[in-house]
Structures are given as structure tokens and as C-alpha cells.
Design a protein around this ligand. Structure first.
Ligand code: ADP
Length: 348
């Protein structure tokens, strides 16, 4: 096991800069998730740690070793890909064995490692099957098994659940968390899905256009996003933003006074689940319901403010409010986020 330390990592593909001065430490045994929209550089960052991409500037340490120029095989990492990348003509056992066999591991050691991985991943009944005789989830477990038998210092996962259906993704999420607890290994996981990041990570690294926007535990990012980007990215449905002007320290949305706000506030953010519904004429703002989306336990109301701005509000699943209803909204001060014109959060 080992910590992973990146210092001032820049990566250029020709004239395109994919990573900008990325500095980051992932602690020994931590489950870190790199998350961000497509093209933000998360795969490049993971592949740089694996040694599959050469970084242009900066350094990478795994444990106390500088691996910046080391070959992938010398880094003591194992990577699990979205595509599984299993050998179709080999059985599950042979797929797991292959890397060890070509590296001349002793036979008994190989068997011990395969048996252990198969036990942890519940693959024992399938060891003699070929990948084509397995479900998608089982194939992904074999790919993970192939990483486990290497007994690496660091596991690297590149969107490993993207090819699975929604139900299986949830199941595999739980299995991966259990695996992390069992192995106690350092794991780095790349995804564009903020729900995966929130549910699995000890530490989330939010990337945008090749830069780190914020690093922290899931609930810290949820409760105290450092800027508009993180505020809008973490949480589903996304945080609502209202444009406000300040008059004597009071935020105004159009003609509606919303209460005190810090100096330089330009945007006020509030999550759908933190807005309270009130009868028409009460609360901080008057709105009209445009649409109700019922999920069962919850319903989401899409509402329009007097200025024509659209917000999402979480309500009880059995709410009677629907298209055309006039309601008031209460925006609890403790749940508000304030942002300056450059997107920086102004909350304490
Ligand atoms: P993500 O994994 O977040 O979707 P990537 O790390 O794949 O993003 O890509 C980051 C940026 O680098 C993108 O702008 C992408 O187009 C560019 N990029 C990635 N790989 C290459 C490559 N081999 N050659 C040129 N540009 C690349």
C-alpha cells in the first residue's frame, strides 16, 4: 500500500494542455475519485499515474519512490478498464493467471493468488468459463480479479462500471466499496458520474478543463463547494442559482428582497432539497409551478420566479401541487451559498 503524490503536473498533447499544474496527495489506503465532465482530463491524470501517458512537467511519487519516468510495469499499480480487456479465448482462471505466468511467478503463488481473488470476488464457480459465458458484471469482476492478483500498491479504475446497466452499477458500487474495505488498498477511480463519486469516495477530486477545482470528502464538497462549478456539479438535481443585486447588504432577485448576503454576491445558490414550500404570499419568493416530476418518495417541482427564472424544488412524492399552482418559497439562510462574479464562493 502507498500514498500517491502529484506535484505540478502539466500534460500537453501538442498544443492542447490537458492538465494544468495538478498537485494532489492521495493518502495510503484512501479511495479517491476523480470526477468531472467529459474532456476535463480525468483519464489523462489516471493514465499518467499508471505510466501509460508521459507527463510534460512535474513529478509523480508512489510511496517513497519517484516514478515520474518509470515504466508502467515498474510502478506497482494495476488498472481496471471500462472495456474489461479480457482475453476471449482464455478461461477466467487463465485471464487472471496470464500476467503472473509471463512474469514467471512460482506456480503455487499464482494458484494462491487466483484462489484468493476468486474468493473475494465470488468468482469460484466460474473459474473454468470463458468471458463469453459470463454476464457483464461477472466480466468486470474478472477484470478486477486480474488487478487483485498483482497485489499492487495502488488500484486504478477507469470508468469501470459504465458498460453495466443501472441496477448492476449500483450493485458493483457496493461490491467495490466492500473490496476497498477488505483490501485496505489505495484506490483511484475515474468517473463522470457524481453519484458514483459521492457514494464511494473518501476523497473527491473535481476536475474541470484540466484543473483541480476542489478536493475534499463528499459531504464537504456538498456543503461547502468552493466555487460555482463544484456547486453545480455535485448534487442531483443540481443546485439552483439566482442572479442577485445587493442593496444595503440585502440580496434582491428582481424586485424581491431575499435577505442579507455577503459583499460582492452576484449569484445565490440553493439546492432543490433545501427549499421549503409555503402557501402563496408567504416565504421569500412567489413562484408558479410549471411541471411536476414524481419519482415515488420525492417529487421535483419546476417553478418559475417573477423574473422568469426557473428553479427546481424537492417536494413530497404525494404532493398535490402541479402545473399552474402559485406557491411561496422559503430559502433558509443557513442553506444558501453565495458566489462572486468570478464564481468564487463567499460563504465562510
Ligand atoms: P476525460 O477523461 O475527463 O474525458 P481526457 O483526459 O480523455 O478527458 O482528455 C482531456 C483532454 O485532452 C481533452 O481535451 C482531450 O481531447 C485531450 N486528449 C486526450 N487524449 C489525447 C490524445 N491522445 N491526443 C490529443 N489530445 C488528447
Amino acid at each position: 500500500m502507498a500514498e500517491v503524490r502529484l506535484t505540478g503536473v502539466n500534460k500537453f498533447y501538442g498544443a492542447t494542455q490537458a492538465l494544468h499544474a495538478v498537485s494532489l496527495t492521495i493518502e495510503d489506503g484512501e479511495f479517491a475519485v476523480f470526477v468531472g465532465p467529459s474532456g476535463c482530463g480525468k483519464s489523462t491524470l489516471l493514465r499518467s499515474i499508471a505510466g501509460l501517458e508521459e507527463i510534460s512537467e512535474g513529478s509523480i511519487h508512489i510511496g517513497d519512490r519517484d516514478v515520474t519516468r518509470a515504466a508502467p510495469s515498474e510502478r506497482d499499480v494495476a488498472m481496471v478498464f471500462q472495456s474489461y480487456a479480457l482475453y476471449p479465448h482464455m478461461t477466467v482462471r487463465e485471464n487472471m493467471d496470464f500476467g503472473m505466468k509471463v512474469n514467471n511467478f512460482p506456480y503455487a503463488d499464482r494458484n494462491r493468488r487466483i484462489a484468493e481473488a476468486a474468493r473475494i470476488l465470488q468468482l469460484e464457480p466460474y473459474l473454468d468459463r470463458k468471458p463469453s459465458q459470463l454476464s457483464g458484471g461477472q466480466r468486470q469482476r474478472v477484470a478486477i480479479g486480474r488487478a487483485i492478483v498483482k497485489e499492487p500498491k495502488v488500484f486504478l479504475f477507469d470508468e469501470p462500471l459504465s458498460n453495466l446497466d443501472a441496477k448492476l452499477r449500483v450493485q458493483m458500487r457496493v461490491e467495490l466499496e466492500a473490496l476497498h474495505r477488505t483490501l485496505g488498498a489505495t484506490m483511484i477511480y475515474v468517473t463522470h458520474d457524481q453519484v458514483e463519486a459521492m457514494t464511494m469516495a473518501d476523497k473527491i477530486v473535481v476536475l474541470n478543463a484540466g484543473r483541480i477545482e476542489q478536493v475534499g470528502p463528499p459531504m464537504e464538497l456538498y456543503n461547502r463547494p468552493a466555487n460555482l462549478f463544484v456547486a453545480g456539479f455535485i448534487g442531483a438535481p443540481a443546485m439552483n442559482f439566482l442572479d442577485v443585486t445587493l442593496a444595503d447588504g440585502q440580496a434582491m432577485h428582481g424586485a424581491e428582497p431575499l435577505g442579507p448576503a455577503p459583499e460582492n454576491t452576484v449569484h445565490l445558490g440553493i439546492r432543490p432539497e433545501h427549499i421549503a414550500l409555503r402557501p402563496a404570499g408567504q416565504g421569500h419568493m412567489a413562484v408558479t409551478v410549471l411541471l411536476r416530476e414524481t419519482l415515488g418518495g420525492d417529487a421535483y417541482l419546476y417553478v418559475r420566479t417573477g423574473t422568469g427564472h426557473q428553479l427546481v424544488v424537492r417536494a413530497e412524492g404525494d404532493t398535490a401541487l402541479d402545473h399552474g399552482a402559485e406557491v411561496g418559497l422559503d430559502l433558509p439562510p443557513a442553506r444558501r451559498h453565495h458566489f462572486a462574479a468570478d464564481g468564487r464562493a463567499l460563504n465562510p
